[in-house]
Design a protein around this ligand. Structure first.
Ligand SMILES: [Zn+2]
Length: 403
């Protein structure tokens, strides 16, 4: 089975880590970053596929770091992904990736999840065993059953605490092939615009980012204080900020489903979240959380309405011109959120252009459709279209619905 045959979800949980184990995990975080950087340094300008980087850098990682064999492999893969994304995004101007984020990738060989809500994690020394710390009625428990199997996960360190972004997957059970005339709504995720649909509906990320910045200001102040009290205040403020974000994301999810229904879409397509995050240079840790929740909320509402939600490979969706198909990193001006095709001059909002391309990826035939889910049309503001340009305007669709 390839990756796209699975439904994927992520559950974020705090870890209850004993004092000795904190040091082990922190050492692991340092060694992981160092390992990824060594692999990038070796492969930069040489190669960028997982296999190539692994061949090239594995031995050096085993020699120069304390990473175990499987984590050495994972670090070479992480380095390969980082190089490839940088090249795809920035083309000739790409700068070598630097690993500064305090996180470590785990897979099922380096992480074991237990039924009693605990996890064991490989480190550079002994394995660390700790409890998952999330609310009893938290959404996380939805995935802790036999229906879902653990998958690639990420350990993150922030504000003196460890969080595990637990990946889960399950074979696609409920995806029925869309009917012959299925229409897909494409959705692009971003920072300035949190979400934009192929029908040109924009959901701003401004208020969320503003609230987040306020919280981060507070966090900086409290961190300086460093007392137990400050830590508790910080946690409360963090929960409040999360609740605000959750409500805002529910609203966006509702808007996306509304848009899908208005345009008669039976499929809603997002880019694969991890890949989208890698492609957004301005995205922060917060966006990883926000995108995962948004996707989950949309999937939840969609299921009640018989709408299928999928994630497609987002590569080049932001670089490709929807008018002529010309694909180039410099087609877009990231700073200005603007897309202008170097070949045909077609201009659009950057995210809107990407949303249409995400939709096109789901279509049965056409230049980008090899991984498509079999929809026939992509919904646009004015009607629906195939990537080959077969277009049915809204007025005509309404006629059909009346008869
Ligand atoms: Zn063009």
């Amino acid at each position: 089975m390839s990756g796209s045959d699975y439904l994927k979800r992520t559950a974020v949980t705090r870890l209850a880590v004993a004092e000795d184990d904190r040091e082990r995990l922190l050492a692991m975080v340092r060694e992981w970053k160092r390992g990824c950087q060594i692999a990038v340094n070796a492969a930069w300008g040489v190669c960028h596929t997982r296999n190539e980087v692994q061949q090239l850098a594995y031995d050096e990682l085993r020699e120069r770091t304390d990473l175990g064999s499987q984590h050495a492999v994972l670090a070479t893969h992480r380095a390969a992904e980082a190089i490839k994304r940088t090249l795809d995004r920035d083309g000739d101007e790409a700068a070598k990736p630097e690993f500064t984020s305090p996180s470590v990738v785990y897979d099922t060989r380096t992480m074991t999840l237990f039924d009693d809500r605990s996890v064991s994690l490989t480190t550079t020394g002994e394995r660390v065993h700790c409890d998952l710390d999330f609310p009893t009625d938290g959404y996380q428990s939805r995935y802790l059953n036999e229906e879902w199997e653990p998958a690639k996960s990420v350990l993150r360190y922030r504000d003196g605490e460890f969080h595990l972004h637990l990946g889960f997957r399950t074979p696609h059970p409920e995806i029925e092939p869309p009917g012959d005339d299925a229409t897909v709504l494409g959705v692009a995720l971003g920072v300035e615009n949190l979400a934009v649909t192929s029908t040109a509906r924009f959901f701003s990320g401004g208020e969320l980012a503003h609230r987040r910045r306020e919280f981060e200001g507070l966090r900086a102040d409290l961190r300086e204080a460093g007392t137990r009290n400050a830590r508790r205040t910080l946690r409360r403020a963090g929960d409040r900020a999360d609740n605000f974000a959750r409500d805002a994301l529910h609203e966006v999810a509702g808007g996306i489903i509304e848009e899908a229904e208005r345009h008669g879409c039976s499929v809603v397509a997002f880019g694969e979240l991890e890949a989208v995050l890698e492609m957004l240079s301005e995205a922060e840790g917060f966006h990883s959380w926000a995108f995962e929740r948004l996707f989950e909320f949309v999937a939840y509402r969609a299921a009640e309405r018989g709408i299928t939600v999928v994630q497609v490979n987002p590569e080049y969706t932001s670089q490709r011109c929807t008018a002529c198909g010309f694909t180039h990193p410099q087609n877009r001006d990231v700073e200005d959120n603007h897309f202008e095709c170097l070949k045909c001059g077609n201009e659009a909002n950057d995210d809107y252009n990407a949303a249409k391309n995400v939709g096109f990826r789901c279509i049965r035939r056409g230049p980008l459709s090899s991984r498509g889910v079999g929809a026939r049309y992509c919904a646009l503001k004015s009607g629906r279209v195939t990537p080959d340009g077969e277009f049915v305007p809204n007025a005509e669709l309404e006629e059909v619905q009346k008869t």
